[in-house]
Write a protein that binds this ligand. Structure first.
Ligand SMILES: Cc1ncc(C[n+]2csc(CCOP(=O)(O)OP(=O)(O)O)c2C)c(N)n1
Ligand SMILES: [Mg+2]
Length: 693
């Protein structure tokens, strides 16, 4: 039904809006000649009901801190989100975070679906247009993020709400498909959300029984509802995605459930309305085709020739639905916040700083340098001290570990730090359990709400988090990943736990700031680099074993960490014959070799290189100063795969590194077996000098 002259009943108007969503998806995918029409066609009423009736979201101010979050975890259904943002009239936001008069997604942008420079890429990308709360596409990540958003909601409420001032009340809705719920990260996240009793979290499962390859039951036959019930979720069913009354009941059921998260299982039809493709995987990931698109439109009572049609009355209907409701809600909130500001100026200032990703003045005031100490301490230990000192001055620094807080030293131990658990949502220590992947996705969700999150595990298990680290880098959000037990020198646990290729892998990731500090003072400086980051995630790579705290009166100041690499120890005349480059625990090995070679009259420089990516950002002048092109004799020492080091050691250089997996034995024996000894470094330095002549 399109005829605008007729007076439409409420139900007809609902259907008109729903079919607008469907046909926009069909037409955009058809025009791009690529994309996923099926899920948007099936889910249109589900999204419509949520946005129009329930979502507490003001399209005129899409960054309102207490807005409900909507996550499209099945990111391939991106046209559903783009259509909803366009029809809801979501405004764009400028770089200062202020809403502008422009639309975040215009109809023209929908016509440019999947084209260079458009706001409508194949999968929703955070930062491209307001209203896209997170980047989704890798299945399972979005629902993982939604747990972080819900955690943040609980935490913000516990810390900032006051009697009569319910500042944070938002809910997080995540739509997901069979794929999301097959992924391990989805299961981890669901289990964690249930444990934490996140009653502000609602997942909407598109139970269409079809996936990319064919029917879902080729590989997915479990009773999802029963599984979630066993986790501890409130599970409710909608047997027909087109039944707006049933959807309304289900959302209301969620809103009335105050003790656990809710899963709404919605039986839907992929490609709804397409006579040849509905309920088949042919509707999943390719255009319907001109003919089939016309037939679907015919089924909807739509003009078959019309493309990108938005019938009269549709935009108005959204304006008076989500638009008016959202504006009203935010106006009330603004008033509340104004009163709150008068009563709680300090908390308000905290919130403002957090929202702008600023740090409180004096956040690093308690960071005292570590005294030189030959015995030293593990960098995980110095990091534990530093993070505890910072967290006392940055109240929204919140974090935890995947059941390794004791080993990672990530626990916040100061008075009042507390644990984030049901009943104590203001706690600063999160217990992620042995769920590294969900931990990382949760951290990202928290970062998206502007809390500053950190999470720790053994470096080797960064592999279990990689897809979420990657999304943090892609989204340009400052999640902090703390990794300890960073090399074969962890010893007895053996090759299953000893990272080898992880450094090389993460160094290849665009945007990630990776730091592997050499001693306690480099750790301190590393945190000084990490904390001010606003648009980059960081990986802090730390040792299990003690390393000497270097005498900084003898060697250069650790402040050089801020430049990624710096000359730590210099040849007596400033003209080295050979340069030893090391990171992390191997820097002290280089220093020992330096002392021996210097005693022999060889002119050596040691370069500590905690961060390649930061070093690469320095000027040519600085980089050439640290690594003078004329000095060709270079040796890198790192207990990891050598991939990438040739860039710094050059053709006549030598890289001492790992060319196999490690071994289970005491650290000293492992180090010896793989050549990480002073003698070997000294020998390599001599060899490099010979080769360079
Ligand atoms: C981690 C990951 N693996 C694989 C894919 C590729 N992929 C995209 S959609 C999809 C099928 C998902 O099925 P479902 O969630 O049921 O979506 P529907 O077909 O119902 O739209 C696959 C395999 C992906 N995007 N992410
Ligand atoms: Mg499916």
């Amino acid at each position: 039904m399109v005829a605008s002259e007729q007076i439409l009943t409420g139900k007809q108007l609902d259907l008109l809006c729903i079919n607008t969503i469907r046909t926009l998806a069909i037409d955009a995918v058809q025009k791009a000649n690529s994309g996923h029409p099926g899920a948007p066609m099936g889910l249109a009423p589900v999204a419509y009901s949520l946005f129009q009736q329930f979502l507490r979201f003001n399209p005129s101010d899409p960054t309102w801190p207490d807005r409900d979050r909507f996550v499209l975890s099945n990111g391939h259904a991106s046209m559903l989100l783009y259509a909803m943002l366009y029809l809801s009239g979501v405004h764009d936001v400028n770089s200062a975070g202020q809403p502008t008069d422009d639309l975040a997604i215009s109809l023209d942008e929908i016509k440019r679906f999947r084209q260079i420079g458009s706001r409508t890429p194949g999968h929703p990308e955070y930062g491209i247009a307001a209203g896209i709360e997170t980047t989704t596409g890798p299945l399972g990540q979005g629902i993982g993020n939604s747990v972080g958003m819900a955690v943040a909601g609980k935490w913000l409420a516990a810390r900032y709400n006051r009697p009569g001032f319910e500042l944070f009340t938002y809910n997080t809705y995540a739509m997901c498909g069979d794929g999301d719920l097959m992924e391990g990260v989805g299961s981890e996240a669901a289990s964690l959300a249930a444990h934490l009793k996140l009653s502000n979290l609602c997942w909407i499962y598109d139970n269409n029984r079809v996936t990319l390859d064919g029917p879902a039951d080729w590989s997915f036959t479990e009773d999802v509802g029963a599984r979630f019930a066993a986790y501890g979720w409130n599970v409710t069913h909608v047997t027909d995605a087109n039944d707006l009354n049933a959807l309304e009941k289900a959302y209301t059921n969620f809103l009335q459930t105050n003790d656990r998260p809710t899963l709404i299982v919605v039986n839907s039809h992929i490609g709804y309305g397409s006579p040849g493709k509905q309920d088949t995987n042919e509707a999943h990931g390719e255009p319907l085709g001109e003919k089939e698109a016309r037939l679907a439109k015919k089924n909807y009572g739509w003009p078959e020739d019309a493309n990108f049609l938005v019938p009269d009355g549709v935009l108005e209907h959204f304006r008076f639905g989500i638009g008016k409701r959202g504006q009203g809600l935010q106006q009330n909130w603004n008033k509340l916040f104004g009163d709150y500001e008068k009563k709680y100026p300090d908390l308000t200032e905290e919130l403002r700083q957090m929202q702008r990703r600023e740090l409180p003045a004096g956040w690093d005031k308690d960071l005292a340098p570590f005294p030189a100490d030959a015995k030293g301490m593990a960098t995980r230990d110095s990091s534990g001290r530093v993070v505890n000192a910072i967290a006392q001055r940055v109240p929204w620094l919140v974090g935890g570990s995947a059941d390794l807080a004791g080993s990672d030293r990530t626990r916040l131990k100061f008075e009042g730090a507390g644990d984030f658990q049901p009943g104590s949502y203001g706690g600063r220590n999160l217990h992620f359990g042995v769920r590294e992947h969900a931990m990382a996705a949760t951290l990202n969700g928290m970062a998206l709400t502007k809390i500053r999150p950190f999470g720790g595990t053994f470096f080797n298990f960064s592999d279990y988090m990689k897809p979420a680290i990657r999304l943090a880098a892609l989204m340009e959000i400052p999640s902090i990943f703390v990794y300890t037990h960073d090399s074969i020198s962890l010893g007895e646990d053996g090759p299953t736990h000893q990272p080898v290729e992880q450094l090389a892998g993460l160094r290849a990731m665009p945007g990630l700031v990776l730091l592997r500090p050499a001693d306690a003072n480099e750790v301190l400086e590393a945190w000084k680099v990490i904390m001010p980051l606003t648009h980059q995630p960081a990986a802090l790579v730390l040792s299990r074993q003690a390393v000497p705290t270097l005498d900084r009166t003898k060697y250069a100041a650790a402040a050089g960490v801020a430049k990624g690499a710096y000359t730590l120890a210099e040849a007596s005349d400033g003209k080295p014959e050979v340069i030893l480059l090391g990171t992390g625990s191997e820097v002290s090995l280089c220093i020992n070799a330096y002392e021996q070679l210097t005693a022999e009259g060889i002119r050596v420089r040691v370069v500590s290189m905690p961060s390649w990516d930061i070093f690469e950002k320095q000027s040519d002048t600085y980089r050439n100063q640290v690594l003078p092109p004329a000095v060709k004799a270079r040796v890198s020492v790192e207990e990891a795969a050598t991939l990438g080091w040739s860039k710094y050691v050059g053709p006549s250089g030598i890289s001492i590194g790992m060319h196999s997996f490690g071994a289970s034995a005491p650290a000293k024996d492992v180090q010896k077996k793989f050549g990480f000894t002073v003698e070997h470094v000294v020998e390599a330095a001599r060899e490099a000098i010979m080769r360079s002549k």
